[in-house]
Design a protein around this ligand. Structure first.
Ligand SMILES: Nc1ncnc2c1ncn2[C@@H]1O[C@H](COP(=O)(O)OP(=O)(O)OP(=O)(O)O)[C@@H](O)[C@H]1O
Length: 347
C-alpha cells in the first residue's frame, strides 16, 4: 500500500513530512460534561527526527498520541471534524479498517508508560512479538522467531531465545519496557510514539531505555515522538520540542530555542523546575504554583494566565496569537506583542 509523500524544501534540503497534524481538537463526553482535552493543535513530524511533546499531567499529550494511533473511541471520545492527521499525505481519520490494520503496528507503533498493562499477561513475550510480525508480513514461523530473538538481543535482553518463552510477570519493569520496545520496532515502523516510556523506571534504567530507543531510531531511520512531562530528559534526545499546556501548544522550537531562548513563561517555569547538579542550596526544588484550568470549562484567555507571574489584563480576556521568532520557533504569549511591556526573565 503506497501513500503519497509530501515534501518541503528547507534551505535547499528536501525534508519529508511524515506526519502533519492540523487543528486537532479532541473531546471526551463525560457525565460532568465535555472535557476539551486537545484544543486545535497543529504540528508536523519529519522523517527520521525526534520531536518531544512536553507538558504536565492532563495537558493532552496522551490524547494527541492516541489520536495519531486511532485509539480514540467514539462516542465517549470525539475527534472534531475540523481536525486532520495526515500520514504521508493521507488523512488517517478517513482510513478504512484495512488501512488502519496496515498503518497501526506496521507503519506506526506506540510504547506506553506501563508495560505491565500494555502487554498481554496470558501470552509469552515471544508470541507477542511474532503476533505483530505475522499481522503485517507474510513470513515463516522460523523467520519470525529468529527476528524476535534478534530484537530481544538488540534491546539488551540476555538469553534472548530462552526469554521468548517468558511471560510478562516473570520480567522486571525495565525488561518489560525493553520487550515493549522490541514489539514496537518489530515491523520497522516509520513512526514511533513513545508515551512516557521511562516514567515508571529508576533513573539509570531510564537512561538505558532512552539510549536504546535512540540507537534503534538511528539504525532504522524511524521518526520518534517522545511524550514526557519531564523537560529534563529531552535535551539530548529531541531535535524539536513542543510545549503543551491545557490542550494547547504554547511554545515550539528547536531544543536550543527551548532550552536557551525560551519565550513562554510556562516553558521558563518548566526549565526552572529541572533539578540542577550545580545547585547546592538546601532549598526545596522549584515547583509551579497552582493548577492547570479545568478542561470542562477552559478559560477564554491564555490558559496559563492564572499561574503566570507576568499576567496582564489582556491575558485573562483573549487567547494570545502565536508569535513567530523565526526558524520554527513560536510562542503564544501576549508579552511578545509589540506594545507589551518588556520583561526580563532568567532561568
Ligand atoms: N477516557 C477519558 N475520559 C475522560 N477524560 C479523559 C479521558 N482520557 C483523557 N481525558 C482527559 O483529557 C485530558 C488530557 O488527558 P491526557 O491523558 O492526554 O493528559 P496527559 O498530558 O497525557 O497527562 P498524563 O501524563 O497524566 O497522561 C485530561 O483532562 C484527562 O482527564
Amino acid at each position: 500500500m503506497l501513500w503519497i509523500q509530501e515534501c518541503a524544501n528547507e534551505g535547499g534540503i528536501t525534508i519529508t513530512q511524515l506526519l502533519e497534524v492540523t487543528n486537532l481538537s479532541v473531546s471526551y463526553h463525560t457525565y460532568a460534561g465535555e472535557v476539551q482535552s486537545v484544543r486545535g493543535i497543529s504540528f508536523d513530524v519529519k522523517e527520521g527526527e525526534t520531536l518531544a511533546i512536553v507538558g504536565e499531567s492532563g495537558c493532552g499529550k496522551s490524547v494527541t498520541a492516541r489520536s495519531i494511533m486511532g485509539l480514540i473511541k467514539p462516542p465517549i471520545g470525539e475527534i472534531k471534524l475540523s481536525s486532520e492527521i495526515r500520514y504521508r499525505g493521507k488523512n488517517i481519520l478517513t482510513f478504512t479498517s484495512k488501512e488502519w490494520a496496515y498503518y497501526r503496528g506496521g507503519e506506526s507503533s506506540i510504547i506506553f508508560q506501563d508495560a505491565l498493562t500494555a502487554l498481554n499477561p496470558t501470552m509469552t513475550i515471544g508470541d507477542q512479538i511474532t503476533e505483530n510480525i505475522f499481522a503485517h508480513e507474510k513470513i515463516s514461523k522460523k523467520a519470525a522467531v529468529e527476528r524476535a530473538t534478534g530484537l530481544l538481543e538488540q534491546v539488551g535482553i540476555p538469553d534472548a531465545s530462552k526469554k521468548l518463552k517468558s511471560y510478562p510477570h516473570q520480567l522486571s519493569g525495565g525488561m518489560r519496557q525493553r520487550v515493549m520496545i522490541a514489539i514496537a520496532f518489530a515491523c520497522n515502523p516509520k513512526l514511533l510514539i513513545a508515551d512516557e516510556p521511562t516514567t515508571a523506571l529508576d533513573v539509570t534504567i531510564q537512561a538505558q531505555i532512552l539510549d536504546m530507543i535512540r540507537s534503534l531510531q538511528v539504525k532504522k531511520n524511524t521518526s520518534v515522538m517522545l511524550i514526557t512531562h519531564d523537560l529534563g530528559i529531552v535535551a539530548n534526545i529531541a531535535s524539536r520540542v513542543i510545549i503543551m499546556y491545557s490542550g494547547r501548544i504554547v511554545e515550539r522550537g528547536s531544543s536550543d530555542d527551548i532550552f536557551y531562548h525560551p519565550k513562554h513563561p510556562y516553558t521558563i517555569a518548566l526549565l526552572r523546575a529541572i533539578p540542577k547538579l550545580t545547585d547546592k542550596s538546601k532549598e526545596k526544588l522549584y515547583s509551579i504554583e497552582g493548577r492547570p484550568p479545568d478542561l470542562l470549562d477552559p478559560p477564554k484567555g491564555c490558559p496559563f494566565a492564572a499561574r503566570c507571574p507576568y499576567c496582564m489584563n489582556v491575558c485573562v480576556e483573549a487567547n494570545p496569537e502565536s508569535f513567530d521568532f523565526g526558524l520554527g520557533h513560536t510562542a503564544s504569549c501576549w508579552l511578545h506583542h509589540s506594545q507589551a511591556p518588556k520583561v526580563e526573565w532568567s532561568i
